[in-house]
Design a binder for this molecule. Sequence first.
Ligand SMILES: [Zn+2]
Ligand SMILES: [Zn+2]
Length: 242
Amino acid sequence: MKNNHNKERIELAAAFRWAARLNMHESIANHFSLVVSDDGSQFLVNPNGRHFSQIKASELLLLDSNDNTTMSSKNAPDPTAWAIHSAIHRNNAQAKCVLHVHSKYATILACLENSVMPPIDQNTMRFYNRVSIDVGYDGMGLANEAERLSAKLGSNKILLLGNHGVVVTAPSVAQAFDDLYYFERACETLIGAYQTGKKLRVASHEVAEKTAQQWESYGSFANHHFNELMAILDKEEPDYKC
Ligand SMILES: [Zn+2]
Ligand SMILES: [Zn+2]
């Protein structure tokens, strides 16, 4: 299995290493996955119990969302990873890469009664009207929870999990990581703005929508961002590629 999907394995491993550097991981929990088959059924995911900062390309699990013996196998993934990620990959074709974390500021937003992100700066405007919000939290994400969440995502790329965390989806690891990075930044700015207790300067619908569309036509920004991150890892912790 080691040389299977090598490029995808290296990219996903890089995403784990950077998420750890940004302190977006939570102990040994949370999961990233990446589809590697044309029909969307086979995907890579982190092995159960491994710290994000230690993950190597070769140790990522290759799972098949149609294989119902997965959870009884020796290298079974975390049960919530299996439930949520296989459901999203099965039901949402555009979600090739799925990043799920309980990062600090996204989770704070998920804990507010109103989790809608008002457009107050360029980063919050990037996500204007583009985030699905699940308000049906009902315990750790097992089968029922997973089907509800994957339906809730709909055609959006980001699902804020009320009382839980966030799921970011995209056609590539680079795009998903860039979206996760900016989403967490946007949440940090918003939470900081709320903490001032001052009134927010909320942009108009027209300006927020225009800015969101400008982000969407920003070309290869996400790829450049991710290539830079991989270049730093190549120098500083090249074992992620092993
Ligand atoms: Zn979670
Ligand atoms: Zn997950």
